[in-house]
Design a protein. Structure first.
Length: 191
């Protein structure tokens, strides 16, 4: 099996070359799948990443969630301590571009991890057994392990990001579901 590092490089190589139009089309399809899920409808507090570099886009979904009066929580990246601080936004104007090219909250409004009902998780590579590889710093593994029992983790990906099998270590947190433009993996029945 290829190493995490090799897999990241390979899949990022493909993703970085995607036409913007494909990213937008896939993102629209995936958003529509999410908003149809029972688990989405039942979730009051949703933690969602801010996309960058051809990740499945979340901006329209965030608009939709705010309009539906969901509580929207996004990551503030504390680089010094390599951790993510979940921070609530109440309108799009609460955002500003970070030095890395993704949006971050203008002002940190911390939310207790235990309040989160659903997390929409970014990733570089996933597999059909719901394993996930991110950018390699463990930011998401560290926050996801503190979620309350019953909180759901849904990985969002383009089809080519989901492989048959990838390496997983003890600290890697599995998804409950993965959604791509043409498939869903995981325990669909409970969603
Ligand atoms: N729960 C944890 N506690 C402490 N350190 C951790 C934890 N999870 C991951 N790490 C650290 O993060 C490093 C990178 O983890 P890993 O290779 O799984 O990253 P990743 O899942 O690809 O990244 P990310 O979660 O940021 O997208 C690990 O080598 C480990 O040292
Ligand atoms: Mg990991």
């Amino acid at each position: 099996m290829k190493s995490k590092k090799e897999l990241r490089k390979k899949i990022l190589g493909i993703r970085n070359k995607m036409p913007k139009e494909d990213v937008e089309n896939n993102s629209r399809i995936i958003m529509n799948k999410i908003i149809g899920l029972k688990t989405y409808k039942q979730s009051k507090v949703i933690f969602v990443y801010m996309d960058f570099k051809n990740e499945v886009m979340t901006s329209d979904l965030i608009k939709h969630m705010l309009a539906e009066k969901k509580r929207v929580v996004i990551p503030y990246t504390d680089i010094v301590n390599t951790l993510v601080i979940p921070s609530e936004i109440t309108e799009e104007a609460d955002l500003k571009l970070s030095p890395f090219g993704y949006n971050e909250p203008k002002k940190i409004m911390p939310v207790d991890v235990e309040e989160i009902d659903l997390v929409l998780v970014p990733g570089v590579v996933f597999d059909k057994n719901l394993n996930r590889i991110g950018f390699g710093k463990g930011y998401y593994d560290r926050i996801l392990k503190n979620l309350k029992p019953g909180a759901k983790k849904i990985g969002l990906a383009h089809d080519f990001q989901v492989l048959d099998e990838i390496p997983a270590e003890d600290h890697d947190i599995k998804m409950d579901m993965i959604i791509t433009e043409s498939s869903s993996y995981g325990d669909d029945i409970n969603f």
